[in-house]
Design a protein around this ligand. Structure first.
Ligand code: SAH
Ligand code: DHB
Ligand code: MG
Length: 222
């Protein structure tokens, strides 16, 4: 996707002014590229935003769906207190193994557990593994299952939990009601669920930047 130069430059301007040099994050992106992973991680400014939101929430138990190379997992793990934990669900064994190495290199291996498999198959197993009472949930996997993931999130979360869903604008394609692309339909189903679910108080924010024109859906569970 080509991104307008000004979006990139403003993103870089904020990153350079509001973040320290970050050799760990740089090496994660380099390792992902070397392993041939798609460059669809959140941007540095979005990662920092997730980190700040998790800190604001004082999150202890995070659920992430869609690990890729662990870039967003590492941002979120940095927001955790010493005894905090992230459970991150990933379909691809290859992505998970790159992520595990990145997480080890970042010194965060005691905070992050990655479970490999289709998330709809692993979600039913995590409570018995001791992972529940999530207070922060980041959904960023196959978009057609967004609504299913939110339903699981509602089952596994604590009152007051934050749910964030990535990629809810998709260059404006979210408006295409008749779109047959299951990814777009998945985003719309998720918005509809947020809209009809009285336990969720929500908004969505459009973003432009190095990752193009997209957005986050953000809700708090009653
Ligand atoms: N959150 C990551 C990016 C995730 S990209 C970051 O910002 O760094 C989306 C990931 O979801 C990919 O790694 C993909 O393999 C994974 N994924 C796709 N379908 C999935 C499924 N059914 N269950 C779990 N993970 C899935
Ligand atoms: C895609 C997926 C993402 O999670 C993202 O942030 C950007 C792009 C994709 O599948 O194209
Ligand atoms: Mg995403």
């Amino acid at each position: 996707m080509t991104v307008p130069v000004i979006w990139n430059n403003v993103d870089l301007y904020f990153q350079n002014n509001l973040q320290q040099e970050d050799p760990v994050m740089k090496s994660v992106l380099k390792a992902n590229e070397e392993a041939g992973l798609p460059a669809i991680d959140v941007s540095p400014n979005q990662g920092k935003m997730l980190y700040l939101l998790a800190k604001l929430k004082k999150a202890n138990n995070i659920l992430e769906i869609g690990t890729l190379g662990g870039y967003s997992s590492i941002w979120l793990a940095r927001a955790l207190p010493n005894d905090g934990q992230i459970m991150s669900l990933e379909y691809s064994e290859k992505h998970a193994s790159v992520a595990r190495q990145n997480i080890r290199n970042a010194g965060l291996k005691d905070k992050v557990t990655i479970l490999v498999g289709p998330a709809l198959e692993t979600l039913p197993t995590i409570e018995e593994k001791g992972y529940h009472h999530f207070d922060f949930i980041f959904i960023d996997a196959d978009k057609q299952n967004n609504a299913n993931y939110v339903q699981w999130g509602l089952k596994l979360c604590k009152p007051g939990a934050v749910i964030i869903v990535d990629n809810v604008v998709r260059n404006g394609q979210v408006l295409k009601e008749d779109e047959h692309d299951p990814n777009i339909q998945g985003v719309r189903d998720c918005i509809e669920l947020f809209s009809s679910e009285p336990r969720i108080d929500a908004t969505a924010i459009q973003t432009v930047g190095s990752k193009g024109y997209d957005g986050f859906l953000l809700g708090i569970v009653e």
